[in-house]
Design a protein around this ligand. Sequence first.
Ligand code: SER
Length: 583
Amino acid sequence: MNLKDLYINYFISKGHKQIPSAPVVPENDPSVLFNTAGMQPLIPYLMGKPHPYGTRLCDYQKCIRTNDLESIGDKTHHTFFEMLGNWSLGDYFKEESIGFSFEFLTKVLNIPINKLAVTVFMGDEDIPRDDVSANAWMKLGIPKERIAFLGKEDNFWIAGESGPCGGDTEIFYFRSNDEIPEKFDPTDDRWVEIWNNVFMEFFKDTDGKVTVLPKKNVDTGMGLERVVAVLEGVDDNYKASIWSNIIKTIEEISNKKYLGNEKSMRIIADHIRTAVFISADKSGIKPSNTDQGYILRRLIRRAIRHAKKLDIDISSDWEELIALAIISQYEEYYEEIKENKDIVLEVLRNEKNKFNRTLEKGLKEFEKIISNLDNNKLNKDLAFKLYDTYGFPIELTVELASEKGIIVDTEGFKEKFKAHQELSRAGSTGKFKGGLATNGDMEVKYHTTTHLLNAALKQVINKDVHQKGSNITSERMRFDFSCDHKLSEEEIRKAEELVNIWIKEEIPVTMTEMNKEEAIASGAECMFIEKYPDIVSVYTIGNVSKELCGGPHVSNTKELGTFKIVKEEASSAGVRRIKAVLN
Ligand code: SER
C-alpha cells in the first residue's frame, strides 16, 4: 500500500473524516493564484466556522507553488506536490496530535525511533516555551538530546503575513547511512524535516495585531514527494517510486537514460504533471497570457523546450504519452483527472502546436541575438522581442541565456511586459485612434477578423493575395482582396475553417511600435505604405498574421466567436469580395 492510503487509513481509524482535495485554483480566495498548502482551504474552519465533516479531518491536498520556477530541475523542487494533513478543529491538541504522529511513523511506517528527532518552539516574550510538546515527545521515547528548542523563525507557522498561526513542532528523519549522532543538530542536513504539527491558537491580522482564536486547532502537514523519497532512501526525489513510471516514459520517448539527462527529464516530468493538474481543474484554466493561464503556458513551453533538448520529435505525440502516464497514476485519487482527461490532452496538444510553430525560429533568432552581443548582457528589448514574436516566456530566455553565460535584464523585461499588457488592453477597449468610424465591440472584432481572413486567404490561395479594402459595420464585414479567379467552394470552406481554428487556438493579439522600414523588412503586411507615419504600430496574431495597422483590436482571438463566410463575389477586375459574419 502506498503512503497516501496508509496515512488516510490510519487517521480514519483515529476518528478522522477524509475530506476531498480542494481544487488547485482556490474557489474563494482571489489573493493567490493557486492553493499552496494543505491548510489553505481550511482557513475559515480554523478560524471558527463549523466544518460539515466534524472536528477531526484528514486529506491529501493538491498544492502548486511556482514562485521559484528556475529551481525546478534540481533534486528536490517540484511545482506541484501533494500534502498529507490531519486537523483537529477545537478537538484534540498537542499531546494527542504528537501521539498520532509518533504512532504512525513508528508503528505504521516502522521507522526506528533512533532515526527521529524533533524541534519544539522555545517561546518568546509573549508565548511561553512549549514544554507540553517536549514532554509529550519524551514520554513516547524521544530522548532529550534529540529535541531542539528553536525560535520564531523555525518553530512558528503562519501562511504568509496574516491568518491563523501558532507554534509548531517539526519531525526530522535521519537520511544517511552514517552513524547517527546522539545529539540532534537541526542544521546538519542529514536530518530532513518530514512532518510539521502546528498548534494554531492565534490569529494575526493584516495590521500585525495578534488575538486568540475561538478554539485551539491542530494543523499538520507532510509533503508527500519528500517523505516518499526519504523513506525509500533515494538521494533524488525524482528517483522515488512516485516518479519512476513518468521518468521511464520520458526515457523511452527520448531513447535516452535519466542518468546524464536529469535536469531536462525532471523539468519535463514536473512541468507536464503540473500542467495536467491545472488543466484538469474544474476552474477550466487554459493557456493564456495572464494569471494561472500564463503559468500553465510557461510550464508547457518550458517542457517543450527541454523535450527538444533531449532530441524528442516535438511534433510527435510525446506530451500525450507522458500525460497518460501521469493520468493513469493519479486518476484513482482525483476524479477530475479521469473526467477531464480529454480536455487535458487537448490543452497540451494545442499549446504544443502553437509553440512549435515559433520555437525553431525563436531559437535561431536567439542564436543571432547572442552572436551580435558585444557584452554578456541581453537587454529588455531583445528579451521582449523573444516573448512578443516567438512566445518565449522570460524564464525560458533566462535559461537559454544562462547556458551561454549571459545575463538577461529581467526587471526591464517585466516593466515592458506590464506596459505592453496595459497597451493591448487599451487597444481592445478601443482607446486607440484607428481607421474605424465607430469603435464598438463588434466593429473591433470584425477588424481583427479581417487580419485573420487576410492570412487565411494567403494560405488557401497564394501568398500574393493582398487586401484591397474593407468595410465594417457592427453587423458584418466586407473584405476585398486581389485574386484572379472566383473562389471554389473548397477554397471558401478552407479559409473559413482556418479562421475558426485560429479563433479556437485563443491566440493573443499584440501590438508593437517600430519604424516603418523595420516593419516592412520584418515582413509585416501593409496595404498602403505611403499612408503610414514613420513610426507605425504592428499588430501580431501569434505567427498567423502581422500587419501594419492603427487598431483597435481584440486582445485575443478567442473573443471572436464563430466566423462564417456568407458571400463571395467579384468587386472589380482582379479583385474579389467576401462578406462574412461573426456569431
Ligand atoms: N500548515 C503547515 C505547513 O504547511 C502544516 O500543515 O507546513
